[in-house]
Design a protein around this ligand. Structure first.
Ligand SMILES: *Cc1c(COP(=O)(O)O)cnc(C)c1O
Length: 394
């Protein structure tokens, strides 16, 4: 058990036992299919844990030169990259660092093909199957006018004059899912095949990357169907399947520990379908805007240990961050007891898309980063201070 009373807040705490549980699930998928799984660093880049993650996964994938460098330095193993467009001044280094380079268009591929091939990179093309089940447009790479991936019509047009353009393409990559189960993958694959079967079947295509967004480590995830999907594609097209989850690696492995700084006197009523509830604002030493931006961007309501939905228990609070942004609201939560300043709160599932996205808006300091494991107990990996705020600003 983690003793949260010892945590200097705010702090992210990652529990290695929970991480290992996820990694074992992912490893079992690799063992049962011989697919390869790499960590999408975009979702989780706490590199002090890369040696542990690298014991289970095959490497990392990156969205940029810096992520590629981090993955190579801290995990080694396979290093993959996808970027909507590469920068000329960075590409030489990317080609040296990466084993797989995924291009967003034929134009990008042609531009960098020689450098990539000279560095022995395996080149892939990101395709847009024009099918996704992501209702939130900000997370839908198949939205109308999406800049992500090549559509089959454009690909066919590009190949009209010269099919040999594809001679050095060894992989196809799609990423169209977000926190979804394998039934979605099964339907996505139907559309991928419908549009791109001819390309999947090309003899030079050695790998197919199913992207991220697979919620493999969630309790209700259907792993058997995932395995069926992977085996089906691998056998039918003689390819190596890759998955590159971010969220599924770190899902439910971390906490954000915060302290109540102030409980306000004003009470107000929130009306809802069950009638409503009375709520009091409380200010925390953390912030949705700075430390858990997905709460506002997704948006979603994180869970706090020992709390219930608003109005369920005797005392309901609306937790706000200590910034000047009126909308820096984390959510409404009810408790058995009256909260006082100084009390600690523990937000669950705060390892992914938190540290990688946080910021110092309003001069709010960054949470410390801590690890819990059986051998060493709870310890601090990194603390941040004034310099971390100042150094980015002039
Ligand atoms: C975001 C992203 C991932 C990881 O997605 P998760 O939802 O964190 O699993 C993988 N591949 C690409 C190309 C991405 O953009």
């Amino acid at each position: 058990m983690i003793d949260y009373s010892r945590v200097k807040t705010p702090a992210y705490v990652v529990d290695e036992n929970l991480l290992i549980r996820n990694l074992e699930i992912l490893k079992s998928v690799m063992d049962r299919t011989s697919c390869k799984i790499v960590l999408a660093q975009k979702g989780f880049s706490m590199f002090s844990l890369y040696p542990l993650i690298g014991k289970y996964l095959c490497g990392t994938t990156a969205s940029s030169l810096y992520e590629a460098k981090l993955g190579k330095e801290e995990m080694g193993k396979e290093t993959h990259i996808f970027s909507p467009a590469y920068k000329e001044k960075e590409f030489d280094e990317i080609a040296i660092l990466c084993d797989h380079i995924v291009f967003n268009s034929i134009e990008q591929f042609m531009k960098y093909r020689n450098i990539a091939l000279q560095a022995n990179c395996s080149c892939g093309l990101r395709i847009n199957p024009q099918y996704a089940e992501v209702p939130n447009e900000i997370y839908n790479p198949c939205c109308v006018g999406s800049r992500l991936g090549i559509t089959v019509d454009v690909l066919e047009e590009e190949l009209k004059c010269d099919f040999s353009i594809l001679d050095n393409i060894e992989g196809l990559h799609f990423h169209v899912m977000c926190e979804q189960n394998s039934d979605t993958l099964e339907r996505v694959l139907k559309h991928v095949e419908e549009k791109f079967a001819k390309y999947l079947a090309l003899p030079q295509i050695k790998w197919v990357n199913f992207g991220g967004g697979h919620h493999i480590t969630r309790q209700d995830y259907d792993i058997e169907l995932l395995i069926k999907c992977i085996n089906y594609i691998q056998k039918k097209y003689y390819v190596q399947v890759y998955l590159e989850p971010g969220e599924a690696v770190a899902l439910n492995t971390g906490f954000l520990v915060a302290t109540v700084l102030s409980v306000q006197k004003e009470k107000f009523t929130v009306h809802n379908e069950n009638g409503g509830y009375e709520v009091t604002s409380a200010i925390l030493d953390t912030s949705a805007a700075c430390h858990m931006p997905d709460v506002l961007e997704m948006p979603y309501r994180p869970i706090i240990i020992n709390s219930e939905m608003p109005g369920v228990l005797a005392y309901t609070y609306r937790f706000g961050g200590n910034t000047c942004l009126a909308g820096d609201i984390i959510g409404d939560y009810s408790f058995h007891h009256q909260l006082k300043a100084g009390e600690k709160l523990v937000f669950t599932d705060m390892a992914h898309y938190s540290m990688v996205k946080n910021n110092t808006f309003n001069g709010i300091g960054l949470p410390s980063i801590m690890i819990y494991n059986d051998k060493d107990g709870l310890y601090t990996v990194k603390e941040f201070g004034y310099q971390d705020f100042k150094e980015r600003l002039s």
